[in-house]
Design a protein around this ligand. Structure first.
Ligand code: ADP
Length: 398
């Protein structure tokens, strides 16, 4: 089957056409600055060059129309007609408590996703625009919603409740949801496959370390805890997000700097994390590593604090699961930063973790980076959220 995977943001749209039999992408690209001056689309067919075209995109419907045009273009297109697209898989950020699984999209599902808008006001409305635009242009093609939160819906109550007045849970469903679920699910399943063990028999910790970063604990095939919360702001120190802080800091800064709650939220989401902690050196780990090697203390402090936070979360999930069989690293930093993996794993002596430095230096493939006599296995598994969405889509439309 040919599956079009759509990941629609407020002003951008990532797409990938995947052949579900070979599990290879046939074409992929990105529409940027939708609804803003200077919109452009990039398109790359498998085995071909990437092309970038500046083209006005007043809305997402126009963006999707351009994607479909590119896919069926006479010269560089990979499809003869749109009828060849068997289904569309949409990444949806928040499914609240309504969706513990992916689902075929119908009017009722669209309404239920709309009801989760409050929980992800920046993301869900954009995801819905993508759904509606596809529906208008391909009315007869089945569509599937794959939720970032769904994988974490198996968490027990004790892991998802906050120590807040219970009425807020009853009234507003304020609780931990967790995100990056497709990635945590994909990587943990792949780890079991690579180890040749049953998914249901393992205790797995997945460290998804990208610009946004989260950790999950997967016990006997089910997520039992994860570091992000009601929103993706909680948990690890991220590219520009603060992660866990003492909530009273918000009031302290508000008074000292004369800021309102919206301004404080912007600081926590956009100006904090490694960007803020490094005194605005960078939010990118490539820069931080380079500067650390050059002796810049802002970079060293930031890398050490980041790695310590990762190690503490892993430790807490070892406690939550009463052990761990395998620790996996994935996403931009997890897959590409051997220094971060090394520093994090230095805290795991108590787990009998030993790292093979040569294996840890490799890149771009599934690999075990612990030594054969390491008591706990450590692996790097490149994530592939688009493929995971395509698999879910096929499962439901077949
Ligand atoms: P997201 O999908 O959340 O935007 P990614 O998973 O793509 O993030 O990760 C992006 C981050 O990965 C970059 O900001 C950078 O910090 C890190 N990264 C990418 N390549 C490297 C590299 N070669 N070495 C170290 N860090 C890297």
């Amino acid at each position: 089957m040919k599956i079009l995977v759509i990941n629609c943001g407020s002003s951008s749209l990532k797409y990938q056409l995947i052949d579900s039999d070979s599990e290879k992408w046939l074409a992929k690209g990105l529409c940027e600055r939708i609804g803003i001056d200077g919109s452009q689309i990039s398109y790359q067919p498998a085995g071909g060059d990437k092309e970038e075209t500046v083209s006005p995109m007043p809305d997402h419907k126009e963006a999707i129309r351009l994607v479909l045009d590119a896919l069926t273009n006479d010269k560089t297109g990979v499809l003869k007609s749109l009828d060849e697209i068997d289904a569309v898989g949409h990444r949806i950020v928040h499914g609240g408590e309504k969706f513990a699984d992916s689902t075929i999209i119908n009017d009722e599902v669209i309404k239920a996703i709309e009801e989760c808008n409050d929980l992800a006001p920046l993301h869900n409305p954009a995801n819905l625009i993508g759904i509606n635009a596809c529906k208008a242009l391909m009315p007869n093609t089945p569509m599937v919603a794959v939720f970032d939160t769904a994988f974490h819906q198996t968490m027990p109550e004790k892991a998802y409740m906050y120590g807040l007045p219970y009425e807020y849970y009853k009234k507003y469903k304020i609780r931990r949801y967790g995100f990056h679920g497709t990635s945590h699910s994909f990587v943990s399943k792949r780890a079991a496959e690579l180890l040749g063990k049953k998914y249901e028999d393992l205790k797995i910790i997945v460290c998804h370390l990208g610009n946004g970063a989260s950790i999950s604990a997967v016990k006997n095939g089910k997520c039992v805890d994860t570091s992000m919360g009601l929103t993706p702001l909680q948990g690890l120190i991220m590219g520009t997000r603060s992660g866990d802080i003492d909530p009273a800091i918000m009031e302290f800064i508000a008074h000292k700097e004369n800021k309102n709650i919206d301004e404080i939220m912007t600081i926590l989401n956009k100006k904090s994390g490694v960007q803020g902690l490094s005194d605005n050196l960078s939010s990118d780990f490539r820069d931080l590593e380079k500067e650390h090697n050059a002796g810049n203390p802002n970079a060293t402090r930031t890398l050490e604090t980041f790695c310590y936070a990762v190690a503490k979360y892993v430790g807490s999930y070892v406690a939550a699961m009463n052990g761990v069989d395998v620790i996996c690293f994935t996403a931009g930093i997890g897959e590409n930063a051997p220094l971060v993996r090394k520093w994090v794993c230095e805290y795991f002596g108590y787990l009998g973790v030993k790292i093979d430095d040569e294996a840890n230096g490799k890149r771009g493939e599934d690999i075990v980076i612990s030594t054969p006599d390491s008591k706990t296995k450590v692996m790097v598994i490149p994530t592939n959220e688009e493929l995971a969405i395509a698999r879910e889509t096929v499962k439901l439309v077949k």
